[in-house]
Design a protein around this ligand. Sequence first.
Ligand SMILES: [Zn+2]
Length: 288
Amino acid sequence: MTFRGDGPLDTSGVSGSGGGGRIAIGGGVGIIVAIVAVLFGVNPGDILGGGGGSGSSVAGQSTSDQQIDNQIRSCTIAKANTDTICRIVATTNSLDRVWPTLIEGYVKPKTRIFAQSVTTDGCGTASSDVGPFYCPGDQTAYFDPTFFATLADRLGGSDAPLAQEYVVAHEFGHHVQNLMGTMDKAQRLGSAGPTSGSVRLELQADCYAGVWAYHADKGPDAMLEPLTQQQISDVIVTAKAIGDDTLSGNNDSEGWTHGSSAQRVRWFSTGYQSGDPRSCDTFSARSL
Ligand SMILES: [Zn+2]
């Protein structure tokens, strides 16, 4: 259990309907993937051989946008401790409480929970294979909840609640970067390689996720029960699983976009220990 108490959740920024359900056909898709792949927490399509659709349905049932939307509206804090969709919703609520206390001018992003594929406003169409992502064009974080099963069953991540919440917090980290203009900076510094803008951006998003975790169980507005060492260890398991070296099975860093397992663990931990977004300056760090 990670969320404390019970009561309603704010679902106003979260939607499961509209836009999804179709995969765009034509030349645009490759470009779209190239654009958004820079921003993903992880791209399972790469390491699952692009075998489309793995884990994009639960027990063979496809879930409609409307069904997801209904489920979102039924979420409560108590349900967030047992239900993945409600866990995503509750985590967005917690993030929207924490970040305004840390940076000026925080504007809430939107969150879209989808099944199989989704059409964004600014980043084209994406399928579940690309994993969770944030689209700067529409300031929206996108999640297919079945990704969490893929993460645990096929990638060696943890299916523990805080490990899932870390993924949500990572995408909100990209939103913070978008608000602060960091994404533009990263784009100028390259999309692949061990010191590329992409790697610095992704490691900073991990660090921001750690900053959120530090604050999420503190103060009168805290939504999380006091975090335990075991829960932090669960996050570390997932952060290790999605390092570029672990995912690719080799140490050729020229293709890296997110950083090594050790780096992802290190930057999440840096944020978690400091609770200060200023400690997450991966762009000035001499050593990542
Ligand atoms: Zn990312």
